[in-house]
Design a protein around this ligand. Structure first.
Ligand code: NAX
Length: 331
């Protein structure tokens, strides 16, 4: 039998946490034969709710779940974890300045970076979900210099999955037959959902999405804005932000990273830019990646047309500004 893997979920008493922890305990994230020990962190005002989640995990009697640590102590939470899913953060409230929200999250991610660096297992894989996800991940990277930068990522898989969903609905095909969409850039409304290299499995073989969707106009307008603004549409409909889809996508992100992407398929991950596609190095930026042996690599050599180039640059610009804002909060 495999040794259990310790998985940290921060903000575990929140909405996404509540959807995510049962998925992890059922093997959706690390596979149906991988036992897990869940480490759940939240802040003192949420301690009682967190304990309630722990009670439910016990009550669900998950066969793969070998232990639950529910704590408000960041050191205890980080100790020995091999996977860390960072969902906890300070949300933007109405009337708050961007700088104030950034400042709160910078201090949270600075502190949690140090705790992970000192107490997590070597080679711990980190996924930041909490917004501003890319910049929180960048701060985490900066303040955990001994964690390899390859191990620090942020979630854009939800946006990627949303793009797959939109194409599938438009073409009336199964979502599992659509692949290789790309989310470029920031997990924000400047992200660029790109279908230029996407394809659909049909009885006559793989066909480019571009040829199947006759309506170019839709691809250049409503498709992009629907994906970019899907989060807001969910809030409007549900009165709460996306939770089950965020949790499921976080599982997809870690599962593909650890177990690998299928041959010929890529996914989107926010990763530390090495300058590929002329994206400035030193940003956490969403790229198309393939994963093998627990490591991601950026898909190289895709052609970028003029329309796309502008969009890649625009979202990079926003990330550079966020980075500057984050650094201004440090001093
Ligand atoms: P909730 O407010 O329901 O939950 C957040 C939880 O984090 C709360 O329980 C809170 O007490 C806790 N928390 C706050 N500070 C903490 C700290 N310092 N340490 C540990 N826990 C802390 O938000 P929820 O709807 O679950 O969303 C969580 C985060 O995900 C938000 O930042 C949200 O913006 C972000 N999202 C990111 C997405 C992505 O694709 N990257 C999509 C979904 C979501 O909007």
């Amino acid at each position: 039998a495999k040794e259990p893997v310790r998985v940290l979920v921060t903000g575990a008493a929140g909405q996404i946490g509540y959807a995510l922890v049962p998925m992890i305990a059922r093997g959706v994230m690390l596979g149906p034969d991988q036992p897990v020990i869940l480490h759940m962190l939240d802040i003192p005002p949420a301690a009682e709710a967190l304990n309630g989640v722990k009670m439910e995990l016990v009550d669900a009697a998950f066969p793969l779940l070998k232990g639950v640590v529910a704590t408000t102590d960041v050191v205890e939470a980080c100790s020995g974890v091999s996977v860390a899913v960072m969902v906890g953060g300070f949300p933007r409230k109405e009337g708050m300045e961007r700088k104030d929200v950034m400042s709160k999250n910078v201090s949270i991610y600075k502190a949690q970076a140090s705790a992970l660096e000192k107490h997590a297992a070597t080679n711990c894989k980190v996924l930041v979900v909490a917004n501003p996800a890319n910049t929180n991940a960048l701060i985490l990277k900066e303040f955990a210099p001994s964690i390899p930068e390859k191990n620090i990522t942020c979630l854009t898989r939800l946006d990627h999955n949303r793009a797959l969903g939109q194409v599938s609905e438009r073409l009336n095909v199964q979502v599992s037959d659509v692949k290789n969409v790309i989310i470029w850039g920031n997990h924000s409304s400047t992200q660029y959902p790109d279908v230029n290299h996407a394809s659909v499995k049909t009885p006559a073989g793989e066909k480019p999405v571009r040829t199947l969707v006759a309506d170019d106009q839709w691809l250049h307008t409503d498709f992009i804005t629907t994906v970019q603004q899907r989060g807001a549409a969910i809030i409007k409909a549900r009165k709460f932000s996306s939770a089950l889809s965020a949790a499921s996508s976080a599982c997809d992100h870690i599962r593909d990273w650890v177990l690998g992407t299928p041959e010929g398929t890529w996914v989107s991950m926010g990763v530390y830019s090495d300058g590929s596609y002329n994206v400035p190095a030193g940003l956490i930026y969403s790229f198309p990646v393939t994963c093998k042996n627990g490591e991601w690599s950026i898909v190289q050599g895709l052609s970028i047309d003029e329309f796309s180039r502008k969009k890649l640059d625009l979202t990079a610009q926003e990330l550079s500004e966020e980075k500057a804002l984050a650094y201004s909060c440090l001093s």
